[in-house]
Design a protein around this ligand. Structure first.
Ligand SMILES: NC(=O)CC[C@H](N)C(=O)O
Length: 227
């Protein structure tokens, strides 16, 4: 038995059987940072640009970047329909910032004709923070995450203005940024949420070196895969 396992492991088959493969949508955005974060959290990571690549992953990350560009490229690369179908079918997906916009059922502040993939019963306001606090960092306590508040980096970020009953709110904007700026009307806005197998953050944990969000996503993908 042990010999068999060792033989399989040597061929890579045993490892492949227990290693979760997570894709990062690689059309635009901070693909490299998410790849590093997921690898830091112990996953095998592959870029996804084609339908066949999408079909081979156990979970998918939609990176930060520019949601309008990703929307266009998803159509050009003929990934939009398969991805909508995969989400409907229960593929675990984590979206950060532009990725969160893509997961929202509804957006405000989108450009003419901008579409999302949807799946999460939320309304997301694009570029919600306004020019004064365009980019900032805040320490966010996050529901269900141990180890203290999460340093959250916001870059022309969206927020969630409305969340349906099936959506679990994981984090809201505090009163002040880490630098001490008052965050005004942003305070209290929802910036992290989960719904079924979908996870979304308005901020970018992939750039901080704190891999807790990615690690949690990898655990969820593992649990889904085994169930
Ligand atoms: N950092 C980001 O991902 C910014 C999102 C961007 N403002 C958008 O609308 O898509």
């Amino acid at each position: 038995m042990l010999d068999d396992r060792l033989r399989l492991r040597r061929r890579g088959a045993y490892t492949a059987a227990v290693t979760t493969t997570i894709g990062v949508l690689a059309l635009q955005g901070d693909v490299r940072e998410h790849t590093r974060a997921l690898e830091g959290a112990g996953a095998r990571v592959v870029p996804v640009r084609r339908r066949a690549e999408l079909e081979a992953v156990d979970g998918l990350v939609l990176p930060g970047g520019e949601s309008t560009t990703m929307d266009k490229l998803l159509r050009v690369f003929e990934l939009r329909d398969p991805l909508c179908a995969a989400i409907a079918d229960g593929l675990p997906v984590y979206g950060s910032c532009a990725g969160m916009i893509l997961l929202a059922d509804r957006i405000t502040g989108g450009i003419e004709g901008q579409q999302t993939l949807g799946g999460m019963d939320v309304t997301v306001q694009r570029n919600a923070f306004g020019r004064q606090v365009d980019s900032f960092e805040a320490d966010l306590p996050m529901q269900g995450f141990e180890g203290g508040p999460m340093r959250a980096v916001f870059i022309r970020a969206p927020w969630i203005t409305e969340a349906g009953p099936g959506v679990e709110v994981l984090a809201r904007i505090p009163e002040r940024s880490t630098a001490g700026e008052g965050l005004g009307e942003a305070a209290g806005k929802i910036v992290a949420a989960r719904s079924g197998r979908l996870l979304a953050t308005a901020f970018h944990p992939e750039v901080t070196g704190d891999w807790r969000v990615h690690a949690q996503f990898v655990r969820e993908v593992n649990a889904t895969r085994r169930s």
